[in-house]
Design a protein around this ligand. Structure first.
Ligand code: ADP
Ligand code: MG
Length: 331
């Protein structure tokens, strides 16, 4: 049974960046405004995610790593209209099967915080220990995959660091008003703490500039809507010729970071058409795109570890996006 649990856990949390994604989504669910992530050795030695969110009640500690225990869903119907990110109650449980996990948390308005360690889905000790700590939650994952040699050996420290850096940038773009920080081996790799813009849009453009080092005024932002397909679009796109280096598209659908091949292709085609129209063969792009659609149109039955999404009117929406981006980039 232990082996089965371990393998199942390794499916949900395939690598450090997957753990970071789950943990950041928990911070967002907890309403945090500041989230910081720290790695030691690409997250294999240690991976810490800290937030200033709503915290965890003492009584809830024993349940945190129980599989399918989640505070976020009551009825199956909720699935359809789900606004929060996690709904499987599997992330912390899975992590506890393949690491040494410690959680510290203090609820705002509470004098004391609590701390406990977890192993194989259960809390160690009778009760969490009372501690002094700052408001919010810290999840400390040590020795990830210590009992899963094959996985550990297949991972490369630098590659993991790069993936996490990219991921934090993606969350920072989408949640431009929140403050993210990322440290690796104690060096700051990214921080949106110094971003000054007051509107979300200004801040997003500044964050994208900070990530790409693309020059000022090299991004175009726009919004649109299709009532026919029940979808709203919003995006920030690098201008034609602004970059050669990047070919990256970040896509959020209903506030979830996802992959969608048809949308990606649509964005690529818009850029290709633009580059062709000025007789340039090839060029780069760095795009942020966010779609809001009727949750009923999204297919919720996609396997939890798959980021690829399916939805109604996918082909039509992709077409809309293609011409929408083309029109906006051309100017
Ligand atoms: P899920 O997010 O799907 O509910 P998780 O395993 O990710 O499952 O988390 C289990 C539970 O732990 C959550 O439902 C939530 O109640 C609590 N939790 C986890 N992380 C945090 C956090 N950063 N702040 C507050 N509560 C948290
Ligand atoms: Mg979660």
């Amino acid at each position: 049974q232990e082996l089965i649990d371990k393998i199942a856990a390794g499916e949900v949390v395939q690598r450090p960046s997957a753990a970071v994604k789950e943990l950041i989504e928990n911070c967002l669910d907890a309403g945090s405004s500041e989230i910081s992530v720290g790695l030691v050795q690409g997250g294999l030695k240690q991976l810490i995610v800290e937030d200033n969110g709503s915290g965890i009640h003492k009584d809830d500690f024993p349940l945190l790593c129980e599989r399918f225990a989640t505070s976020k869903i009551n009825e199956f119907n909720d699935l359809q209209s789900l606004v929060s990110f996690g709904f499987r109650g599997e992330a912390l449980a899975s992590i506890s099967f393949v690491s040494n996990l410690k959680i510290t948390s203090r609820k705002p308005n509470s004098d004391l915080g609590y701390k406990a360690s977890f192993k194989n889905g259960v809390m160690l000790g009778e009760e969490p220990e009372a501690v002094n700590c700052t408001e919010g939650t810290t999840v400390d994952v040590q020795d990830l995959f210590f009992n899963y040699d094959a996985r550990r050996k297949s991972l490369n420290v630098n590659e993991e660091k790069k993936r996490v850096l990219k991921l934090i940038g993606q969350f920072a773009m989408h949640h431009a008003k929140l403050r993210f920080k990322f440290k690796s081996d104690n060096q700051i790799q990214f921080s949106s703490h110094s971003v000054l813009g007051s509107t979300e849009l200004q801040r997003r453009e500044q964050i994208m500039q900070q990530i790409t080092k693309i020059a000022d005024k090299s991004f175009t932002s726009c919004e649109s809507e299709s009532t026919e397909y029940q979808v709203k679009f919003k995006g920030t796109f690098s201008n034609i010729g602004a970059t050669k280096k990047y070919k990256e598209i970040t896509l959020f659908i209903n506030n979830r970071l996802v992959e969608c091949e048809s949308i990606k292709k649509a964005v690529e085609r818009s850029y290709q058409s633009c580059y062709q129209s000025i007789h340039e063969e090839e060029g780069g792009y760095f795009c942020y795109l966010s779609l809001e659609m009727n949750p009923k149109n999204l297919d919720p039955n996609v396997h939890p570890t798959k980021k690829e999404v399916k939805f109604l009117f996918e082909y039509e929406i992709a077409k809309e996006i293609e011409s929408w981006i083309f029109e906006n980039l051309k100017n």
